[in-house]
Design a protein around this ligand. Structure first.
Ligand code: ATP
Ligand code: MG
Length: 288
């Protein structure tokens, strides 16, 4: 792979580096069940290599405990790997210092399962959305207000939502606010870890379509994590199937669904009924 050929290395043949690349990432923890005398080790991530390119959606699917969220945290700079390399726009990040985290935080942002944890319950939505701009010292007081108004509009909420507390919104509306907050710093990439799992089935489709629309409009890269392979297929260009801390199969989403190679992927495909709202099963992905 790294051997250079003299014939094909023209400048135009060189692709832009991925937004983020993981190379042989391992993450181990002391087991929560370990005792003082015997600290068992959990290999949560066991040699994962993944690349996320500009403008693509990578879906990560696998059952509970297979290492999806730990991989997400490594992508977000929130979890230091035990070994392996994280390349950020082609550049290796050697040490996770505060400056490096801040830099990643401007380019990669997170949407988690439970929007309530991302939002301070005593902060008006207006302040919650302005907070990342304040922290990073972006713009003037006036331009921040403008940006906050634009953000609620982008996620399909009325301007009146700015002057309420998170508890006055529905679960779906709170997830919209969490998405708006994730967009505040104009990231290149969003990592969405089970963003619809805690929501009513009826609003899951709306949030999925919102993420798809924003990704297309803003040219974002998206990492979408779920244990439901149908949901992952709906939103993703490529799918990585994780099992036991490893990626056991990866490829174009339609290809993985039509001709799954790995027995575990076939098991996921034959598993329990999809959590995807039936409305989506027949819906044109590019609609809305
Ligand atoms: N901070 C931690 N300390 C100890 N063990 C951990 C820690 N975080 C994760 N683990 C363990 O690592 C493994 C992978 O966890 P992870 O949260 O990445 O899985 P997941 O695929 O996101 O699961 P789920 O679908 O339930 O969210 C699990 O066995 C989990 O118990
Ligand atoms: Mg998880």
């Amino acid at each position: 792979m790294t051997t250079q050929t003299t014939t094909s290395m023209t400048p135009t043949a060189v692709e832009a580096p991925p937004v983020i690349e993981l190379r042989d990432i391992h993450v181990s923890f002391k087991a929560r069940t370990g005792t003082l005398l015997r600290a068992d080790v959990v290999n949560a991530v066991n040699g994962v290599s993944l690349a996320v390119r500009r403008g693509e959606t990578l879906g990560i699917v696998g059952e509970s405990g297979c290492g999806k969220s730990t991989t997400a945290k490594v992508l977000l700079g929130l979890q230091k790997p035990t070994s392996g390399q994280v390349l950020f726009r082609g550049e290796a990040i050697a040490h996770r210092n505060a400056a490096a985290r801040k830099r990643i935080g401007r380019v990669v942002s997170a949407v988690f399962q439970d929007p309530s944890t991302a939002l301070n319950s005593r902060m008006l939505i207006r302040d919650a959305l302005r907070d990342p701009l304040d922290v990073h010292g972006i713009g003037t007081a006036h331009s921040r207000q403008e940006r906050v108004r634009a953000l609620v509009e982008m996620v399909g909420l009325p301007a009146s939502a700015l002057d309420v507390l998170p508890t006055q919104l529905s679960g779906g509306q709170r997830q919209r606010v969490a998405i708006a907050r994730a967009l505040a710093l104009e990231p290149d990439m969003i990592v969405a870890d089970e963003p619809t799992s805690a929501l009513d089935v009826s609003v899951r489709a709306q949030i999925l379509n919102l993420l798809l629309d924003l990704k297309n409009e803003l040219g974002l890269s998206l990492v979408f994590i779920s244990h439901d392979i149908q949901t992952v297929h709906y939103i993703s260009d490529r799918i990585a199937v994780m099992h036991g801390g490893r990626v056991v199969e990866e490829g174009p989403a339609d290809h993985i669904m039509a001709t799954p190679d790995h027995p575990y992927t076939r098991k996921l495909l034959g598993a329990a009924p999809s959590l995807l709202h039936p409305e989506l099963a027949t819906k044109n992905r590019s609609a809305q």
